[in-house]
Design a protein around this ligand. Structure first.
Ligand code: FE2
Length: 276
């Protein structure tokens, strides 16, 4: 009987992020899939430095961890780039420069995203930041936890549009409004018993709260959840793979030159738990 290879792991900071160094073939074998899934939920972000997966390998690795979620047109891999010749929907990525979690418009948001870097800006920028929304919830005072317990927040894609296009064309606004809105709990009570905060640039207003108070609360909580102790900032090297638990983190890209050719490739794990 062969002994399973040990995973070489290192915590990046106390509350978020673990670096995993492993042989590519060992990861693709799936022998550590359960450990990786456990670490993902516990640590929010997992970094595989310079693992250099090809697209097919990234898809295969993703499938060792759960069900691969395809893109709208059925693609397994999505090109994250602001270059419109590579990604016609690049404009929608402008919202990714602001703190968010993916899939707030879906009944069941994706469980995780895996992002690998192919081309990086030669002139810098384009780091990706993550914050741990489980840890941010846990560190609230009991009084705050109680006050937020029952609050509901209206989320929409058009709210994000106003971050990067404060005076949008009506047609553009209407297109995004047609996507709809979703009322989500501010505090997500997971099946595991843990709780995380549901925030981000899709959050428009707290249901039933005065407009100014609502905005103040959402900004207060975003500021709280993105304090340095909850944040990991990834500075990319070509070939890195970073995956994050979309249900217990928020993320954002830092600005970069849209003409820099920056190209990351993403696969996703299908969601397993609704917000309710
Ligand atoms: Fe995103």
């Amino acid at each position: 009987m062969t002994t399973a290879t040990r995973l070489d792991t290192r915590e990046i900071s106390p509350l978020i992020g673990t670096e995993i160094r492993a042989d590519k073939q060992v990861l693709l074998s799936g022998e550590h899939a359960a450990t990786i899934r456990g670490l993902l939920e516990e640590r929010g972000v997992l970094v595989f430095p310079r693992i250099d997966f090809t697209n097919d390998e990234q898809v295969a690795f993703t499938e060792t961890l759960g069900t691969l979620a395809t893109e709208m047109r059925g693609e397994q891999v999505y090109n994250v780039t602001l270059d419109k010749t590579v990604n016609k929907g690049a404009d929608y990525l402008k919202g990714s420069l602001y703190w968010h979690l993916d899939g707030t418009m879906n009944e069941v948001p994706i469980l995780a995203s895996l992002l690998s870097s192919k081309v990086l800006p030669s002139n810098g920028g384009g780091d990706t930041e993550f914050c741990n929304t489980y840890a941010a919830y846990d560190d609230l005072t009991d009084e705050d936890k109680q006050a937020y317990e029952q609050l509901r927040v209206m989320h929409s894609t058009w709210t994000t549009l106003l971050y990067y296009e404060p005076e949008p064309e009506l047609r553009m606004l209407q297109q995004m409004m047609a996507i709809g809105e979703r009322e989500l709990p501010l505090v997500w009570k997971h099946r595991s018993g843990r709780k995380s905060l549901v925030l981000g640039c899709t959050a428009g207003h707290v249901v039933g709260m005065d407009r100014a108070k609502s905005i103040e609360l959402l900004v207060r909580l975003r500021e709280w959840a993105t304090q340095p102790q909850f944040v990991y900032r990834h500075q990319w090297s070509v070939g890195d793979l970073v995956m994050w638990d979309n249900t217990g983190t928020m993320h954002r890209a830092r600005p970069y030159d849209p003409d820099s050719g920056r190209l990351l490739q993403r696969t996703k794990l299908a969601g397993e738990e609704s917000f309710a």
